[in-house]
Write a protein that binds this ligand. Structure first.
Ligand code: HQG
Length: 180
């Protein structure tokens, strides 16, 4: 299995486990879990053929730890990034004093007006490392890095969550907390 095939499976899993399980007739439970055996069978029926060992490898080797198994590895889910409504039972916690968000220049006007919105996802995604935000922004072009005064937001009563794979999540970031 080469890197390209692994990346393809990871992209497929992101699509199915975060956005549209119905594409292959799969159902996630309310916490976003899919049955591993069912996923493998239904994926294969849609020309995405992989076995359990490959799935284990994709999950363990994933650059951003996007997916997780339950304890006995009978179920799998995405750690974050969903557009469908799932309850991840994230525990609210105190964020670092600042967090970063990577975006591109064409969104800045809107962000200055209305703050950072979650758009099609369930949360706004922020990172502790500036370098991570650079990568996130460069998916869309020349990255623009915004600094979010997360410590102040927290003291003002706004909740933050840390996903299993280290992404800081919040509902919205009002413009007054953003350094442009
Ligand atoms: C922008 C990937 C206009 C926002 C990445 C972003 C991340 C606004 C885009 C994860 C806006 C939403 C999430 C506003 C925000 N007006 N544009 N008011 N507020 N935006 O993909 O943060 O590889 O939903 O700046 O690495 O780019 O999939 O969010 O450009 O961790 O695991 O609207 O997705 O991870 O885009 O990326 P997204 P994101 P994975």
């Amino acid at each position: 299995m080469d890197e390209k095939q692994i990346k393809n499976i990871s992209k497929f899993l992101s699509l199915i486990l975060r956005h549209s399980p119905e594409t292959i007739g799969l159902q996630l439970d309310e916490n976003g879990w899919a049955d591993v055996a069912e996923l493998i069978t239904k994926a294969a029926a849609h020309r995405q053929v992989f076995d359990r060992a490959t799935l284990e490898m994709v999950v363990a080797g994933n650059d951003k730890q996007r997916f997780a198994f339950n304890e006995d590895h009978t179920r799998i889910r995405a750690n974050q990034g969903h557009s469908i409504n799932v309850e991840l039972n994230l525990v609210a916690q105190e964020p670092p004093e600042v967090l970063y968000h990577g975006t591109v220049a064409k969104f800045l006007n809107n962000i200055q007006q209305e703050g950072l919105l979650k758009m099609s996802r369930q949360h706004v995604h922020l990172s502790k490392e500036r370098a991570t935000a650079e990568k996130v922004g460069s998916r869309r072009g020349v990255p623009v890095i915004l600094t979010v005064r997360s410590g102040q937001m927290f003291r003002d009563g706004i909740s933050f969550y840390l996903s299993e794979n280290g992404v800081w999540l919040t509902d919205t970031v009002p413009a007054k907390y953003i350094e442009f």
